[in-house]
Design a binder for this molecule. Structure first.
Ligand code: SAH
Ligand code: SF4
Length: 387
């Protein structure tokens, strides 16, 4: 197996180049070819010495993700579904706005946190994505969009780690990918425009502050531990008090002077005026500068939950605002292609299809084994079966 160069941040690539007996600055050239120019083969890297290109051809590769589908919404939102092997797929969503282009990126296939209102959570955990698979979503989206829009300028200005998965439960793969997003030799995104969204993995919030402080969004969804335990099971491990203290500590290192709190509005569950007043009291007591983002719930059948009505959301926002908390209501984008938050795993039917694919795969493998076919052939049938 040769090395996938998308797995490396600049420092990692420098170490790799040194291992090949090359000078470190070669890594910068290589990194720029890959991330700034979107190169996927060494042959096109014309200013690298032929001897280096030959060495790279036998020791390394650049592995793009396989695109299963591309869906475009009437509002310009684009959702890509990528095959990450063994019947797993992850999604990235591009959301164009007048003053920015945002890419929503996945960090895991599935998620182990299991929030009640989230279809990824209902799907369960499959595996962590590698750094290469995380950055490949940006690499693909940025260079595909530049080509289709005929742009020589950067198209994606913001990244939010709000796709499938809990980024802070895949920390070691997340950080090199974040560094590549930020590097001036790669995507050059501002720290303020790269957001990690977390359900509240307290020790990793502290680690992120040390290793790669970017903007932080915390998925709050409830004003007290009893309700949050029910909606976000991770709260039992890291209750609100600890979470709010971690937010405080993070602010010392954060590129912004506030933390964003995401709050998914669930009809009759967490959306009453009492809940809003309780939130105001919580934030006041914590003395934490925050901004609230109220997210209209995107329903899916297995959740048994419903979206709060527009008036309920507006009244809730008003109570927070009257309590001196900056509050916005998130516009839902890409509704017609199921690209809105929490729909990224598709619906339950998708899950069923995934299980069917897995079952088919097992059949293929068993059949291959009994027919004493080569492992390579079995693998080929398998990957064709999942496409
Ligand atoms: N695991 C991380 C990031 C991915 S989820 C986290 O939980 O923060 C990104 C955002 O989508 C979170 O704020 C999450 O609460 C929200 N979300 C999940 N399911 C949703 C749904 N069905 N409707 C609306 N928002 C949802
Ligand atoms: Fe995981 Fe986030 Fe979904 Fe919760 S909301 S299950 S943490 S992806």
């Amino acid at each position: 197996m040769t090395a996938n160069l998308l797995d490396f941040d600049l420092e990692g690539l420098a170490v790799f180049c040194e291992g090949l007996g090359e000078k470190r600055f070669r890594a910068t050239q290589l990194y720029r070819w890959i991330h700034q120019k979107g190169a996927s083969s060494f042959g096109e890297m014309t200013d690298l010495a032929k001897s280096l290109r030959e060495k790279l051809a036998t020791t390394a590769h650049i592995a793009p993700l396989k695109v299963l589908t591309e869906q475009k919404s009437a509002d310009g939102t684009i959702k890509w579904l990528f095959d990450v092997g063994h019947g797993d797929a992850v999604e990235a969503v591009y959301i164009p706005e007048t003053d920015r282009g945002t890419l929503c990126v996945s960090s895991q296939a599935g998620c182990a946190v299991g929030c009640r209102f989230c279809s990824t959570g209902h799907q369960g955990f499959s595996r962590n994505l590698s750094s290469g698979e995380i950055i490949a979503q940006l690499w693909f989206a940025e260079h595909t969009l530049r080509r289709t829009l005929g742009s020589t300028e950067r198209v994606i200005s913001n990244v939010v780690m709000m796709g499938m998965g809990e980024p802070l439960q895949n920390f070691s793969a997340l950080v090199p990918a974040l560094r590549t997003m930020l590097s001036d030799h790669a995507y050059g995104l501002s720290r303020r425009r790269v957001t990690v969204s977390t359900s509240g993995v307290v020790p990793m919030i502290d680690k992120l502050a040390q290793e790669c402080p970017v903007a932080l969004a915390v998925s709050l969804h409830a004003p007290n531990d009893a309700l949050r335990n029910d909606l976000v099971p991770l709260n039992k491990k890291y209750p609100l008090k600890e979470l709010l203290e971690a937010c405080h500590r993070y602010l010392e290192f954060a590129p912004r002077d506030f933390i964003t709190f995401e709050y998914c509005m669930l009809d009759g569950v967490n959306d009453t005026p009492d809940h809003a007043h309780e939130l105001v009291a919580l934030v006041r007591q914590a003395r934490l500068p925050v901004k609230f983002n109220l997210i209209p719930f995107n329903p899916f059948p297995a959740s048994g939950l419903l979206r709060s009505g527009a008036k309920v959301v507006a009244d809730f926002a008003k109570i927070l605002q009257d309590g001196a908390i900056v509050t916005t209501v998130r516009k839902t984008r890409g509704d017609d292609i199921d690209a809105a938050c929490g729909q990224l795993a598709g619906d339950v039917q998708d899950r069923t299809q995934a299980s069917q694919r897995m079952a088919q795969r097992r059949v293929v493998m068993m059949r291959s084994a009994t027919e004493a076919q080569s492992a390579a052939h079995a693998h080929k049938s398998t990957s064709e079966g999942t496409a």
